[in-house]
Design a binder for this molecule. Structure first.
Ligand code: CMC
Length: 392
């Protein structure tokens, strides 16, 4: 079989060619389909970006309207599925429920399963983008024993997400346009990031010709880990523990630098970015505006800024080129909006869904695609003879 080399963590192995997302980690550049993330975050909406990632071009007004309309018409979840969603124990982690829910969805839509039928794939795409919004809003409500709300077809994707998440049944709800814009921006920033852990997972699952739902559900599970999407929740736990006085900023940083019990500065460092994560720069700029708007002055923001200031001057971080990543400041905004920390990673999943779908679709239509099947270098015993049980 020829020579194989081991590349732990795939630091030096490209698994595919892709036209979707470009990252220059040294210069802190991120582009979706050629468009700079700063321009998309400033001027676009989440569904426009979803369309761009999945179909390759920005939609015309008519295309966006029909895409939005199709998604809106599928936002309701079946009654039996509601019962399934509400069958999890209170306090169960929303990421476990979300992955289970997306995994279970196709049992209701067998007509959308064939990975090689373009119409079925388009239907699955729309169904997943529609249902994940409803499911995510319910994950928040479930933590407070509140019922799932029915969607309002006339509203925009993010507007109705906020309404389904935060309004009371039958309440006349007006979303704050500043918060809709902020949420749109956050979802856009998370929408794709080329071959990260969860996206590679989605691709490798799909490479066996597994259906889109099974593939993106696997992505949700990969995202849940604290080294990946779970970092946004872990950042808040870290900031809270500093505020509560378990550690001062200085003693905490000492632990990080001494690598005590594997303590890391959560929300810092990135495999690809060796300069400031452009997504973090945008989030940081908006954290103030959103917190001001909500009148939610948060001591944790000062602690976060303090940690960043120390880290950017400290040799340990400078030598290793560790900068804040997208997860460092997002949780503070989500918290100010009214989400509990356990909801932060599901919000990341909601944002990343268009990217996972786009990458899966690109892979499925790429003639170079083969089943993902890495090799290994075997280091176990050489051949030895079986010893009968009574002789051991
Ligand atoms: N705090 C302290 N030290 C760190 C950190 C950190 N956050 N990140 C990396 N290092 C050190 C690490 O100990 C190693 O030091 P040494 O050279 O002395 O052994 C060096 O920097 C290189 O780290 P690595 O673990 O080899 O780098 P990686 O590319 O394998 O890991 C990472 C990337 C993101 C997993 C890592 O930086 C990390 O654990 N960060 C904290 C968790 C986090 O914020 N994750 C979110 C990533 S961004 C968005 C997302 O995917 O969700």
């Amino acid at each position: 079989t020829g020579m194989v080399t081991v590349d732990p963590g795939f630091t030096n192995t490209a698994s595919c060619e892709s036209e979707i997302t470009y990252i220059d980690g040294d210069q802190g550049i991120l582009r979706y389909r050629g468009y700079p993330i700063e321009q998309l975050a400033d001027s676009s909406t989440f569904l426009e970006v979803a369309y761009l990632l999945i179909h390759g071009e920005l939609p015309t007004p008519a295309e966006l309207e029909s895409f939005t309309d199709r998604i809106n018409r599928h936002t309701l979840v079946p009654e039996g599925f509601r019962a399934f969603l509400s069958s999890f124990p209170r306090g169960g982690h929303p990421m476990s429920i979300l992955a289970s829910a997306v995994n279970a969805l196709p049992t209701y839509y067998p007509e959308s399963l064939d990975p090689h039928d373009p119409e079925a794939v388009e239907l699955a795409t729309v169904l997943i983008l529609a249902k994940i919004r409803t499911i995510t809003s319910y994950l928040h409500r479930a933590t407070r024993d509140e019922p799932l709300l029915y969607p309002d077809y006339a509203r925009g994707y993010v507007d109705d997400f906020l309404r389904m998440t935060f309004s009371r049944p039958y309440e006349q709800w007006e979303s704050d346009p500043v918060l809709v814009a902020a949420m749109d921006k956050l979802l856009i920033l998370h929408a794709d990031h080329e071959q990260n852990c969860s996206t590679s997972t989605v691709r490798i699952v799909g490479s066996s010709n597994a259906n889109l739902y099974s593939s993106v559900a696997a992505g949700i599970n990969a995202l849940s880990g604290p080294s990946h999407g779970g970092a946004n929740e872990a950042v808040l736990t870290m900031l809270e523990s500093i505020r509560s006085g378990d550690d001062s900023v200085e003693t905490f940083m000492k632990k990080v630098k001494n690598k005590e019990a594997g303590v890391r500065l959560m929300g810092f460092g990135h495999r690809v970015y060796k300069s400031y994560d452009p997504r973090a720069a945008i989030v940081k700029k908006h954290a103030d505006a959103v917190l001001d708007r909500l009148g939610a002055k948060d001591e944790l923001l000062d602690i976060a800024r303090g940690l960043e200031e120390i880290a950017l001057r400290d040799d340990y971080f400078v030598e290793r080129k560790l900068y804040p990543n997208v997860d460092f400041y997002t949780g503070l905004i989500y918290k100010a909006m009214g989400f509990s920390p356990a909801m932060f990673t599901p919000l990341f999943a909601l944002g990343r869904m268009p990217g996972w779908i786009a990458q899966w679709r690109e892979m499925m239509s790429d003639p170079q695609t083969k089943i993902g099947r890495p090799r290994q270098v075997y280091t176990g015993p050489t051949e030895r003879a079986y010893t009968p049980l009574e002789q051991r």
